[in-house]
Design a protein around this ligand. Structure first.
Ligand SMILES: Nc1ncnc2c1ncn2[C@@H]1O[C@H](COP(=O)(O)OP(=O)(O)OP(=O)(O)O)[C@@H](O)[C@H]1O
Length: 258
């Protein structure tokens, strides 16, 4: 099976609850794929299966031809697939620069021997990571806040830091989990422009879970819709907007359309 990021018959049960059933789609290289659906549809579960937080109970995940099903999170990152988080900062007491540096060192960890002995390889890895941090801070307009404690940043900047940490792992595909949640409409628009710019600048593919429909419709090339753990539609933004099953899922549920 060829393809970029392929989910094949993916399923997850939590005890008696089928959180995800037989989900099959592909996120294409160089494109932005949206994953949408009402609350409880299974979007976060799907992300957790892709990033190694949980192992699926059925199906496979293939990334660039390699079976990454059930790999632990650090192996998934090494394979080139990174996620950002809904709550932005992992280390609120560390500076913005240090937080991003942790991301940069995740993809190419120094390893215990190199860390202890230092040496040319370790120095090269650190200087490569430092270059990445500078580039990522610049792209996300976080350079002025480099030395600020991450936990003291304004909310919108914390969201950007969440993206920056994922981006610093130099992924081939970035998974964004509700990156615009809690932003005001102007901030959402700016965020959308920023994501489009990041995609070009870092030659990225993206898979994005988001409730802000305007943002999704504007930036996605392809959209997959889940409802009650099952795929009910996929297609272009124009196709999805007029799909009767999608309209019914949203009108019948308690989703907020943003
Ligand atoms: N760790 C877990 N243990 C048990 N049930 C879970 C767990 N994680 C998710 N679920 C259940 O799986 C279903 C799908 O949840 P999930 O969080 O994936 O949906 P979602 O589409 O991301 O929702 P939202 O838009 O509200 O974030 C829900 O019924 C949820 O209660």
């Amino acid at each position: 099976m060829s393809g970029f990021l392929k989910l094949n018959g993916l399923g997850k049960r939590f005890g008696g609850l089928a959180a995800l059933t037989d989900v099959t789609f592909e996120a294409t290289e160089g494109k932005v794929t949206g994953l949408i659906g009402p609350n409880g549809a299974g979007k976060t579960t799907c992300f957790n299966l892709l990033t190694g937080t949980f192992a699926p109970t059925a199906g496979k995940v293939l990334f660039q031809g390699k079976d990454i099903t059930g790999l632990p999170p650090h192996k998934v990152v090494e394979a080139g697939l990174a996620r950002t988080f809904q709550s932005a900062t992992t280390f609120p007491k560390a500076s913005v620069r240090e937080n991003i540096m942790r991301g940069a060192l995740l993809r190419h960890p120094l390893g215990p021997v190199a860390s202890i002995l230092g040496g040319a390889t370790a120095k090269r890895a650190v200087s490569r990571a430092e270059e990445t941090v500078v580039e990522v801070m610049d792209a996300l307009e976080l350079t002025p806040y480099a030395d600020r404690e991450a936990g003291t940043l304004a909310y919108g900047h914390q969201k950007r830091l969440g993206v920056a940490i994922g981006l610093a792992t130099r992924p081939r595909i970035l998974l964004l989990d509700e990156p615009a949640a809690g932003l005001n409409p102007d901030e959402v628009d700016r965020f959308g422009q920023m994501l489009t710019m990041l995609k070009e600048r870092f030659d990225l593919s993206m898979l994005i879970v988001e409730h802000h429909m305007r943002l999704i419709m504007r930036i996605c090339d392809h959209i997959v819709v889940l409802d009650h753990g099952e795929m009910i539609a996929e297609g272009s933004p124009a196709e999805i907007q007029k799909d009767p099953r999608v309209i019914e899922a949203y009108l019948g549920g308690d989703a907020h359309a943003g």
